[in-house]
Design a protein around this ligand. Structure first.
Ligand code: WT7
Length: 636
């Protein structure tokens, strides 16, 4: 697919509608396969499992690396920008990247990693993370990257769940002025992970003390041979597992396979961003999230792009940092999250001005709904009104972008993700579970047909996969989001309608936070909800019943204690903004917490509170509303 006009977009969309299977088989031709697939789609949402290109055989790294190393060996693949602005940036060509990946792959082989084995990465944004992930793919192993903000307990759960035998980490990760002790967290985590045989430690300054089973990664890489033959795997063989939060219970390990994912991220990257030869792409996401997997590791490399990889923060040493990096490397495509845009907007325009942003051609947004004000600010102050903005809606589960405009080809509309990509067929659902047929409509967002990039299962829990995504609406994939469609068929994503909260673009399950804080000896029971937040988009607010041990402590003191506890059991990203100590939680006769009451209380909106007659304790509603209104530090 090489869409460059709105007419071509329509033609492609129609072609995907008419002949979904042929459409995607044709797109497979843009990639190198050991055995070209003859099958496109098998199965359906009504008859799982879904498979794509199942008789195809390939290695995704041949497509990301070898073909470019052959054709354009000296083209820069990665421009690495250190956390510290005084450090030199590093350029890695396609030829060098292939060599680095091959070395790393050989190190993994030396540690007994074979096709199908899982390697866990817990690192900061250093080139070795990207290299390591590709090294897994090189030898048919499965990578599972855990974001460096998760705690030892959360990391241990994930390592155990995906049965990793090798963990790769950094001694410290640099984020702004902070040094994050990643290895220390790994050391603590693997005490509970009997399967882990080796820990490979990356260290910048080579000043590390290694314990039993720990090895110095750089030393091993330097000794390794820079050639490693790719292991060809089936298109439906696993490529990676990535954990994300759900509305219930523990995190879900979404499993993505190699062939369909490759075609999906390759085609969406090329057409949505309209990346052209000579452009410099920069996605600011961490590889610990799906955005980093799809639009830093795989999408750009599949397309032979040159991209910036940056370790640090948007606002360190000050809020000029992003804009300076754009200026320094003449970035043409900038892809970031609304929360970063809002934070930089709040810092003030002076920080943007004074940097030459004239290289920019395309701006992107991802991770949460972008509000009108942030959109306009981004457009005016960063894009100077001449860069199309792609507001890209997708999920860890979808593998790649699903709904977005194509930069400069189809219209960008503030706060609208706009149109589905070819091969994506959205549906909005009614209260009674039927598809809304009017063009103008609003409701839960589903996808009606499989697409190549979709996650195939939840690792080791296929029943949960079917239950979570395919049981609410028969024969459809339910996204968990609500959306609105305007009369021209443009989609606007409203946000999650399940118990998942999007804090600074990071997905957090309220149930997971509740499970954690209920174990704190000061709290008996709690309900956590998402509340609107100016910069973060949403934040976490808890209503909880305190125990005897909380007596004498103020809500402020308790909040601090509980947050320290959350930081240990999940990670600092799941910290509460607010903790209300209540005498009871609004419960129905069946014992279910009526979260709607809590959400409405936070919004101080009694008008649309709705029916509370099924509550066993209706008197609690007033107490909660008043408490939020006063924002009262309640004495337990
Ligand atoms: C949830 C998925 C997509 C990769 C990063 C997040 C929200 C994502 C948008 C957007 C409105 C968005 C949705 C979605 N979301 N992009 N452009 N507009 N909302 O991946 O952690 O799996 O979260 O992020 O609520 O369901 P994720």
């Amino acid at each position: 697919m090489n869409i460059s006009t709105s007419k071509e977009f329509l033609e492609n969309y129609q072609a995907s509608q008419n002949q979904l299977k042929d459409f995607w088989l044709k797109e497979c031709k843009n990639y190198e396969w050991k055995t070209f697939p003859t099958q496109a789609l098998e199965g359906s949402f009504a008859e799982l499992p879904v498979k794509w290109f199942s008789d195809g055989v390939l290695n995704i790294t041949e497509n990301c690396l070898d073909r470019h190393a052959r054709q354009t060996p000296n083209k820069v693949a990665i421009i690495y920008e250190d956390n510290d602005p005084n450090e030199d940036s590093l350029k890695i060509t396609y030829k060098e990247l292939l060599e680095r990946v091959s070395r790393f792959a050989n190190v993994l082989k030396d540690h007994n990693i074979k096709k199908g084995d899982t390697v866990c990465f817990y690192m900061s944004m250093v080139p070795e993370l990207l290299v390591g992930v590709l090294a897994c793919a090189r030898i048919g192993a499965v990578h599972s990257v855990v974001f460096g903000g998760f705690s030892a307990a959360a990391l241990a759960n994930r390592i155990q769940d995906c049965a990793a035998t090798v963990v790769v980490t950094c001694d410290v990760g640099e984020r702004g002025a902070k040094a994050i002790p990643l290895k220390k967290v790994v050391d603590e985590a693997i005490e509970q992970c009997p399967l882990v045989k080796s820990v490979l430690v990356f260290s910048r300054d080579q000043n590390i003390s290694l314990g039993k089973g720990e090895q110095n990664l750089l030393e091993l890489l330097n000794k390794a041979v820079p050639i490693c033959a790719p292991v060809h795997i089936g298109a439906e063989d696993p490529l990676f597992i990535l954990y994300t939060s759900g509305s219930t219970g523990k995190p879900k390990g979404l499993l993505h396979t190699s062939g369909g994912y490759m075609v999906w991220v390759g085609e969406t990257f090329k057409n949505i961003f309209q990346y052209k030869e000579g452009d410099i792409f920069w996605c600011t996401a961490d590889i610990g999230w799906i955005t980093g997997h799809s639009y830093m590791v795989y999408g750009p490399l599949l397309n032979g792009a040159t991209q910036v990889m940056y370790e640090g923060l948007p606002n360190w040493p000050d809020s000029r940092r992003f804009w300076q990096v754009i200026d320094k490397h003449k970035v043409t495509h900038f892809y970031t999250a609304p929360t970063a845009i809002r934070a930089l907007e709040a810092a003030g325009e002076a920080y943007v001005q004074g940097n030459d942003l004239s290289s920019l051609k395309v701006l992107g947004s991802v991770g949460e709904p972008i509000n009108e004000e942030a959109w306009q600010w981004y457009n005016k102050n960063v894009g100077h009104g001449r860069c199309p903005i792609v507001d890209t809606w997708w999920q860890t589960e979808t593998g790649g972008i699903m709904i977005s405009s194509l930069a400069g080809v189809t219209a960008s509309i503030p706060t609208y993700a706009t149109k589905p990509f070819p091969g994506v067929f959205p549906a909005l659902m009614s209260q009674d579970g039927n598809e809304l047929t009017n063009t103008e409509a609003e409701g839960p967002l589903c996808i009606t047909q499989p697409w190549p990039g979709m996650a195939r299962t939840i690792y080791k829990d296929h029943a949960r996969y079917e239950q979570t995504y395919f049981s609410t609406y028969k024969g459809k994939y339910f996204t968990g989001d609500g959306a609105r469609r305007d009369r021209d068929g443009n989609y606007r994503i409203i946000g999650r309608i399940d118990d998942v909260v999007n804090v600074s673009g990071h997905r957090i399950g309220t149930a997971e936070v509740e499970d954690a804080i209920n174990q704190h000896d000061c709290l008996v029971e709690s309900a956590v909800i998402g509340a609107p937040h100016d910069i973060k988009g949403q934040c976490l607010v808890a209503f909880a019943i305190a125990t005897q041990s909380a007596h004498g402590k103020t809500a402020e003191e308790l909040l601090q204690k509980v947050n320290a506890f959350i930081a240990e059991s999940i990670g600092p990203i799941a910290k509460l903004e607010q903790l209300y100590l209540v005498s009871g939680l609004p419960k129905t006769r069946s014992g279910k917490i009526m979260r709607r009451v809590l959400r409405k209380a936070v919004e101080q909106d009694k008008k649309t509170l709705g029916d509370t007659s099924t509550l066993v304790n209706p008197e609690i509603v007033d107490e909660i509303f008043k408490m939020v209104e006063k924002n009262a530090p309640h004495r337990a």
